[in-house]
Design a protein around this ligand. Structure first.
Ligand code: UDP
Ligand code: MG
Length: 314
């Protein structure tokens, strides 16, 4: 098997068939073996039924459908798909046709041509997003690249082609809170960055809201750097230092200059400031503690309800 396509699907009933057809069309003139691994990530529409039909109708097409017991998120879906894949190359691609399967051919060519590369990551030349979101994402990448050891490339999506050795490396990371962009660069290897044009979604709407993205960004920070914990220490040291200086000033005023100090406003401000900083730091620690707690439970990344697999029945 040359290529395994991993396709996470969440409410994509109108897209999966189009996706299948598009792949057929672009791979038609090429002679290599490939498989589809669709992961139905607890869709609330008819995605599963459509996939089931598709698999039954095209038994010769190496279609596997993993059906999750509920929505576990794209990260879990990608993990499940990679685990299921057997191809020499694994391609992670969205079901909504925003990422044209035709790019897979140029990606494969890059890996075929040169042993030097272990993966090809497609990045968006231009983001099709609003200004605010774009600047938010820019700030995120700028910050995380400053404080984390692994490199995050702005605009690089999960749309990637991976060599088997890299797939094995990714699967060997057992963590539960997965931030793929970080994992891809943490495992190392040599990644070729290829620009691509994002299309509009074929049907349906994106499942990302601003808050979901925000949570995802925090996940990225907490998973790949412990720098925020150090920030707490730094703030503590800074506060203590300033307090000592201020204490010294107050004592001097009181003892040497005999100035009556009207302290009410100052006290209130300081209590609020210090209280705020303390809560902020406790919050940061809480984020890490919560992750530790979740990891310590060793829960599986996903639960599978059933699986359709005609590949092994042929
Ligand atoms: N997806 C998924 N589980 C989720 C959310 C999304 O498997 O909980 C899939 C979705 O079906 C699509 C891909 O992940 O194939 C990307 O999702 P989406 O198009 O919503 O994200 P965007 O393209 O806006 O980044
Ligand atoms: Mg999309």
């Amino acid at each position: 098997m040359k290529l395994s396509m991993i396709i996470p699907c969440y409410n994509e009933e109108k897209n999966v068939e189009l996706f299948y057809e598009r792949v057929k069309e672009v791979f038609a003139d090429h002679n290599f073996e490939y498989e589809y691994i669709f992961i139905n990530d607890g869709s609330s529409d008819q995605t599963y039924e459509v996939l089931k039909q598709l698999a039954q109708l095209h038994k010769e097409s190496n279609i596997t459908v993993l059906n999750f017991s509920r929505n576990f998120g794209k990260e879990s879906a990608m993990y499940a798909g990679l685990k299921e894949s057997i191809g020499e190359y694994a391609l992670i691609i969205d079901a909504d046709l925003q990422q044209d399967p035709a790019y897979a051919l140029s990606m494969m060519e890059i890996l075929d041509k040169s042993e030097e590369w272990d993966s090809v990551a497609a990045y968006q030349k231009e983001r099709l997003e609003g200004k605010i979101l774009r600047s938010f994402k820019k700030t995120f990448y700028h910050l995380i690249n400053k404080i984390s050891q692994v490199e995050f490339v702005d605009g690089a999506s999960d749309f990637r082609l991976l060599r088997r050795s890299m797939v094995e490396a990714i699967l060997s990371l057992p963590e539960n809170n997965r931030f793929s962009k970080g994992i891809f660069s943490w495992v190392g290897f040599h990644t070729y960055y290829m620009p691509y044009d994002v299309h509009d979604r074929a049907n349906g709407k994106s499942s990302w809201s601003f808050w979901k993205l925000m949570k995802y960004a925090i996940e990225g920070f907490v998973s790949f750097t412990t720098a925020p914990l150090r920030l707490a220490t730094m703030l503590g040291i800074l506060c203590s230092f300033v307090s000592f200086v201020y204490l010294f000033v107050v004592i001097m005023e009181k003892v040497l200059m005999k100035i009556e100090i009207p302290g009410y406003a100052t006290v209130i401000c300081l209590i609020l400031l210090i209280g705020g900083i303390q809560l902020f730091c406790v919050g940061i620690m809480g984020e890490y503690l919560a992750r530790t707690y979740l990891e310590a439970k060793h829960r599986p990344l996903f639960v599978q309800r059933n699986k359709i697999d005609y590949k092994n029945m042929k």
